[in-house]
Design a protein around this ligand. Structure first.
Ligand code: MN
Length: 260
């Protein structure tokens, strides 16, 4: 079992080290991750500039590769032959914040796993629902052990075709975790606000600021599960078709002009 470990926080992020160390108990691990933070960068394919890959060293002294591309570029580089050995699985994380609901479309952590699905590989994204205003270093131990259990389950069962897993872990001890539940995407509530300031030359600039997002803690959803102390495992697919809208749109009148 050859596992590619990547993330969106950069190759030196502590969550990646915790994940890589834990997954070495399951198989051979290669780390290829971005050389800087790509959080909330979405699903990227870098096409208009070259990509560089450099050797890096993790905090435990183990070797890694760092690319100036996005998380999804790292997965594509590996799939296209950058690594001498074929990989069997991609695990991305551990992100220091939850990726639930609409977050999955912004998340570099999740889009790395999406890229794995595009290449026909099992992809798993792992995020830690750390508390707002947490000070000091986060403990990734529980989330890393959860990630190993998920990886082992995927090895045992295999993932359905074109499916990736989005895993969110509550910030609790191993004993306090209530269990694993399979969920659907919930609803995030964003509280963004526009901050307008002036630069030293008195030109305006804008920041998208505001409060940390919350969510609707509905049963059966990712956000609901982690807020109740469960590990949330959401199977995702890249087919974003709004199936419930197909029938209604098929009856629309598209007007006159081009086309029959
Ligand atoms: Mn991140």
């Amino acid at each position: 079992m050859h596992i590619l470990v990547t993330n969106d926080d950069g190759v030196l992020a502590p969550g990646l080290l915790a994940l890589a160390r834990e997954l070495r108990m399951v198989g051979q691990v290669t780390v290829l991750a971005p050389d800087h933070n790509w959080s909330a960068s979405g699903h990227v394919k870098t096409m208009h500039r070259p990509l560089r890959v450099k050797e890096a060293v993790l905090a435990d002294g183990s070797p890694a590769l760092a690319s100036d591309g996005a998380p999804s570029d790292c997965v594509a580089l590996a799939a296209l032959g950058l690594l001498p050995e074929k990989m069997d699985m991609v695990v991305s994380g551990i992100n220091p914040n939850a990726n639930v609901g609409h977050d999955v479309t912004y998340s570099g952590t999740v889009t790395a796993a999406m890229e794995a699905a595009i290449w026909g590989l099992p992809g798993i994204a792992v995020s830690l629902d750390s508390p707002e205003n947490h000070l000091g270093l986060l403990d990734y131990g529980t989330a890393a052990r959860v990630a190993r259990r998920v990886v082992q389950a995927v090895i045992r069962h295999g993932l359905p075709k074109d499916t990736l897993l989005n895993v969110n872990v509550p910030y609790l001890s191993d004993e306090a975790i209530k269990g694993f539940v399979v969920t659907r995407q919930g609803l995030r509530v964003y509280r963004d606000s526009l901050v307008r300031r002036e630069d030293p030359r008195r030109r305006p600039y804008y920041w998208i600021g505001g409060e940390t997002p919350t969510g609707v803690p509905e049963d059966g959803t990712d956000f609901g599960a982690v807020s109740q102390g469960f590990v949330s495992i959401t199977p995702l697919q890249l087919d974003l078709t709004a199936r419930s809208a197909l029938a209604a749109l098929s009856h629309w009148d598209w007007g006159e002009g081009a086309g029959a």
